[in-house]
Design a protein around this ligand. Sequence first.
Ligand SMILES: Cc1ncc(COP(=O)(O)O)c(C=O)c1O
Length: 451
Amino acid sequence: LLRVASLGSRASSPVNSRPSVEDLLSRRKRVLGPALAPLTYERPLYLVRGRGSQMFDEDGAAYLDAYNNVPVVGHCNPHVSDAIADQSRTLNTNTRYLHESVVELAEQLISTMPEQLDTVMFFNSGSEANDIAWRLASSYTGAEGAIVTDFAYHGVTTATIALSPEEWPRDEQPNHVATIAPPDSYRGPRLEDESMARDVAAANIDDALGTLRGRGMRPAAFFADSLFTSDGIFHPPASYLQEVVGRVQAAGGLFVADEVQSGYGRSGTGLWSFAALDVTPDLVTLGKPMGNGHPVAAVITRAHIAEHFASRTELFSTFGGNPVACRAALAVLEVIEEERLQQHAQDVGGYLRSGLERLKERHESIGDVRGAGLLIGVDLVRDRNTREPDPDLARAVMSAMRERRVLVGSTGPHDNVLKIRPPLVLTLSEADVIVDTLDACLSALEPSQGQ
Ligand SMILES: Cc1ncc(COP(=O)(O)O)c(C=O)c1O
């Protein structure tokens, strides 16, 4: 009774009597446990509101969000929020009743895909979509083996953690998964042209297929994020993935294009990042930005793969494809189209990348600037000649930028690559702010690095 009473009084407390940062921190530690308690910054950010590419803290200070890809059409986009609110006031139920929203969304997604990808299933998170993609692939092929990139991340469930070397405990590799090096032209073999990329890809994938063969396994699927976000952000020539996918498919495996990170126009060259590669995936998984923050995810596949699965078992997700989620996802597609955000990602992303490239002339610690559209990696090094990664500097830059109210992340196996991945509504002047802030932070931090 006491608990209910105190919950009630807290729920009705006015917004301006927010808990202090210290109070919230200690309560959070007490109830969230060690797995969920870690926060992004040593001096934690307490954010209360968002709009466009900005978020605001409890004192009303604005932060430029150059990190979050989920709010793809801008934080709290009014068109998406209205769609969610309207539908949640009208009806929200499961997909075992007729409702036009789930059909409209499936039709719209299919219209953006290659012809063969004609069947959509809806879920609630990227992990769930990849988990089901793995079940579909292993059931269809009857094979047990998987191939992923060296530092891939595909989700949090038991099946998808096995597909996520980024999270594997040291020296504990699942026996059914082989890895392939990402197309890292900066530290690995140069992939300057299509034929070089094809040769490197062939050698890499043959190696992974050989590893599975050595364990007595055939490949069920190759999972890849076409922009290799967790591997350190790479944008290889199209022939790289074409060669890998061709060889996996020739060995009987399926290609799962994981668009959870890099989809929804981020690459600038298409709504989906695999589109620039001229390969047709067997399965595509969507999540994160799909509902601009509202949970919704999907697997899109070929009818015969879905039919094979349905002939053996039933598939039902209680919340997957509910009308509120579908209205959110439809509204996101509308905004991307109306505001031409894919083209915008290409234009502003190109502008931002050239601004960051220019910083290389002033800062020895920038080894490489790479990426596509509004997914950009800035590879920080201790020494330009040896290209030794500098994760300490990356960490220091992230927190110095936060103090100057610009949020960026870090990625890659050494955690030394600054990850710049803002909402696609980022403006040119906001791109300037990112470049100027990084410039100022590196100027402040670099001299002390040499001491
Ligand atoms: C490429 C990729 N796939 C899948 C996932 C899992 O998505 P979720 O966290 O929504 O389950 C992520 C999350 O970061 C991701 O980056």
